[in-house]
Ligand binder design. Structure first.
Ligand code: C2E
Ligand code: MG
Ligand code: MG
Length: 767
């Protein structure tokens, strides 16, 4: 068949042109957009539909031809051509494009056949448009191109050869090529419309795909790159469907292992219950067997078409450990590692509730180190801390594992004993005191401390506060009764404590109300039988309680610090009295004045200055004043006291050690002190009448002699005692035998010279 088109080409010339036309056509075809929306399967199913329609045309057209009077043989022969296209198109060989071109040509052939059988009726031409529309299922330009070419060539060619087979109106019959182009134009339009249709829908698809991809990326970022371990679990089977890298790293399972697991495999046996009360956490076991604490957050979603949980597992192991550490710190003492007051109270409250239900009894021991402050002052806080740590260890060692040992603050400890009575508690207290007393080394020096223990036993209903208070009261009682001992709380203690605090309140105003008075006790020069001096001794004339002796209120004054004011008052009053005696009595020997000083006063920074000022105001020469400091105070407060006393001594004031023999100072230590006088304690005096007691005093006196300071023996009550004292060669004496402490007026009479009571007794029995 020679087409006019081909003719035209041939008119131009050579095979060269034909080849270039083919390549140009191929290039054009490949440049045209190709539907990418179809994957192989989609294309195949669509192609199947097209081939099916093609096949359906075969009998339909044959029948139509017969009905139109073409004769059976003619009709079947013509439609067989369409069947041939269908058979070729159905072949699985050849590319998509080739097969779609064959099918498209077949469809066009169907339309051409229908037009031909309908004698070019205009209505038959509509079939072309239906077929062109059908071609759009390929989402490709080429079938449209084929349809366009087919229509133009067929209409033009057949129109020219046999016009009535294509057209049924005169103008078309006259100008078949023009009408072929017109029809071609419509087909082009339909093709363009359909192409636009599939391109537009493809764009929509791309947009949807884009959104999907983006959400996939988001999911990937949230899931795969999440710094927390995550997995996806099938809601029905608990199987792990996906797992992220963090989980793989954290749990040690490979992705394959994870995907073969059920999520329950992560839980250690029987640990589904909450692992921790603070932060509800679950236990997970890693591949290595390490158990970690996690909180899980799960979100339900569809995953690859399955109902699934997306689970985030946040490792809380470190956080929980940190919280536990903080909780521990809140309830424990940092220095000793023991429980603190808060923990003790908490345990006590719980124990009291239990004890009440079980009708059992429990005991609280309040333990306070004796004279801990002295250790701290003398050796420094570091040593003090070491001592506390050591004591804490000892307390733990003597208690049972279920007893609560706590440091309540400072040098105060407490122990809670459950299921014990007062007798048991006493036994424990005894063990505690023994343990505390064990020697220890402080600053390379062997030392010993003691503890006072207060015991409160809970019987009946009693609250924690009251019980703790009772233990403390008993402890104060033990301290007051001489330290290093244990006392069980009795109701009388509470009122005594109350009395004490009332007394403290009264004492606070005693100085300004002028309730304090001084008595004076002469100190006798045993060689000259004359009053060497007098010791000022304070008394408290309490309006309610009557006369109170210093041993009953000086300790209280020392504890409360009131001793500073009281001491200053005593000094001022005593020196004022000396001034008065000097001014009013004619004396041969002006007596010295001895004033007792508490260690607490020596710690006052302006103590030296105030003593000197008072001396000056009273116009009494410093050499006439003797300050008495107890031996115990000297031992406790070495450093500061020594410096202070040295300054006073430089100014001429005399320093005496009081109550000598009751402390434990070594001779070497005494030698280092600034001393002018030693007063041997009165407790040695009664012993003078027995041989061993005499030896003891003799040893003491010899010892003092080596220091080369004058000695006073206190507490001489009888003439016999005086004889023994004289026989020992002691310089001075003091005691009821000469005179009790008396008022200033009586001392005045004594000084004005009528002799000394008891001094007349002559030595007679010295051994
Ligand atoms: P001290 O300094 O050793 O005073 C001697 C104590 O022995 C006085 O007791 C005195 O009355 C008593 N005494 C004297 N001769 C005899 C005797 O022959 N037999 C007996 N059994 N006792 C005798 P007092 O006045 O009760 O004072 C007790 C302690 O109170 C004093 O002991 C002193 O340590 C302290 N004290 C008294 N006044 C003051 C003061 O103004 N300041 C300070 N810080 N302490 C004072
Ligand atoms: Mg004294
Ligand atoms: Mg004394």
């Amino acid at each position: 068949v020679v087409t006019p088109f081909r003719n035209g080409v041939r008119g131009v010339g050579v095979g060269q042109h034909r080849r270039s036309l083919r390549t140009a056509l191929l290039r054009l075809i490949s440049a045209l957009p190709e539907g990418r929306g179809l994957d192989e399967e989609m294309w195949r199913s669509r192609h199947r539909v097209v081939v099916g329609i093609l096949c359906a045309h075969v009998p339909a057209l044959a029948l139509f031809g017969i009905l139109r009077g073409f004769g059976v043989g003619h009709s079947i022969l013509e439609t067989a051509a369409v069947g041939a296209f269908a058979v070729v198109a159905a072949q699985p060989r050849g590319g998509r494009r080739l097969r779609s071109v064959v099918a498209s040509t077949g469809l066009m052939a169907c339309s051409a056949l229908l037009v031909h059988m309908w004698s070019g009726a205009i209505e038959a031409h509509f079939h072309f448009f239906v077929m062109v529309a059908l071609l759009s299922v390929y989402q490709d330009w080429v079938p449209f191109l084929i349809a366009l070419g087919f229509v133009v060539v067929h209409h033009g060619l057949v129109g020219a050869l046999q016009p009535t087979a294509v057209y049924d109106h005169a103008d078309a019959v006259q100008n078949p090529w023009i009408w072929a182009l017109i029809h071609g134009g419509f087909v082009l339009g339909a093709a363009a419309a359909n192409t636009y249709g599939w391109l537009a829908s493809e764009q929509d698809h791309r947009r949807v795909a884009d959104v999907m991809r983006r959400s996939e990326n988001t999911f990937r970022a949230l899931f795969e790159d999440n710094p927390q371990a995550m997995w996806v679990v099938d809601v029905d089977t608990d199987a792990v469907l996906a797992v992220n890298q963090t989980a793989i790293t954290a749990y040690g399972y490979s992705e394959e292992e994870f995907l073969a697991m059920r999520v329950g495999d992560l839980y250690p046996e029987g640990s589904i219950a909450e692992a921790d009360a603070v932060a509800p956490a679950r236990l997970h076991r890693t591949r290595s067997g390490r158990v970690i604490k996690v909180t899980e957050h799960a979100q339900r979603l569809a995953f690859n078409g399955r109902d699934a949980w997306v689970v985030v597992a946040i490792d809380m192991t470190e956080r929980i450990a940190l919280e536990e550490e903080l909780r521990h710190q809140a309830f424990h003492d940092a220095l000793t590692g023991l429980g603190n007051r808060a923990l003790f109270r908490d345990r006590l409250e719980h124990a009291l509730a239990r004890q009440h239900r079980a009708r059992a009894s429990l005991a609280v021991l309040s333990i306070d180190l004796d004279d801990f402050k002295a250790v701290n002052d003398a050796h420094g806080h570091v040593t003090g801390d070491e001592l506390l740590v050591e004591i804490g260890k000892r307390l733990l060692a003597v208690s049972r594992p279920d007893d609560t040992v706590a440091r309540m603050g400072g040098d105060e400890f407490a122990i809670l004993l459950e299921g014990v009575d007062a007798t048991d508690a006493r036994a424990v207290a005894q063990r505690i005191m023994t343990a505390v007393r064990q020697p220890l080394v402080i600053d390379d020096v062997d030392a010993a401390v003691s503890a006072s223990v207060g015991i409160a036993v809970a019987h009946g209903q009693v609250d924690a506060t009251t019980l703790l208070q009772r233990a403390d009261i008993a402890m104060y009682e033990a301290k007051g009764a001489g330290k290093g001992r244990a006392d069980v709380f009795r109701s009388g203690m509470q009122s005594r404590l109350l009395q004490r605090s009332e007394m403290a309140a009264e004492l606070r105003v005693a100085v300004e109300r002028g309730e304090l008075v001084l008595e004076y006790q002469p100190i006798i020069d045993l060689n000259a039988d004359a009053v060497e001096g007098v010791e000022a001794l304070v008394r408290w004339q309490n309006p309610k309680r009557g006369l109170i002796v210093p041993t009953d209120f000086i300790p209280l004054a020392e504890e409360t610090g009131m001793i500073v004011d009281i001491g200053l008052w005593v000094l001022t009053e005593a020196l004022r009295q000396v001034r008065e005696w000097d001014d009013t009595i004619a004396m041969e020997r002006h007596p010295g004045i001895s004033v007792n000083v508490s260690p607490r006063q020596l710690r006052e920074p302006d103590f030296v200055a105030s003593v000197l000022r008072v001396l000056e105001e009273a116009r009494v020469h410093p050499t006439r004043l003797t300050l008495e400091v107890t031996e115990g105070a000297m031992v406790e407060d070495m450093g500061q006291a020594r410096g202070c006393l040295a300054q006073l001594r430089e100014a001429g004031v005399r320093i005496a050690i009081d109550d000598f023999g009751t402390g434990y100072s070594s001779i070497g230590y005494l030698r280092s002190l600034p001393l002018d006088e030693i007063k041997i304690d009165r407790m040695f005096v009664p012993g003078l009448t027995q041989a061993e007691g005499r030896d003891l005093v003799l040893a003491l006196v010899r010892l003092v002699d080596t220091l080369g300071v004058p000695t006073v023996v206190e507490g001489i009550e009888t003439a016999t005692e005086l004889d023994y004292v004289r026989a020992l060669g002691v310089d001075m004496g003091q005691g009821y035998h000469f005179s009790r402490p008396v008022s200033a007026d009586e001392v005045g009479r004594l000084l004005s010279g009528t002799g000394l009571p008891g001094a007349a007794a002559q030595p007679n029995v010295v051994g």
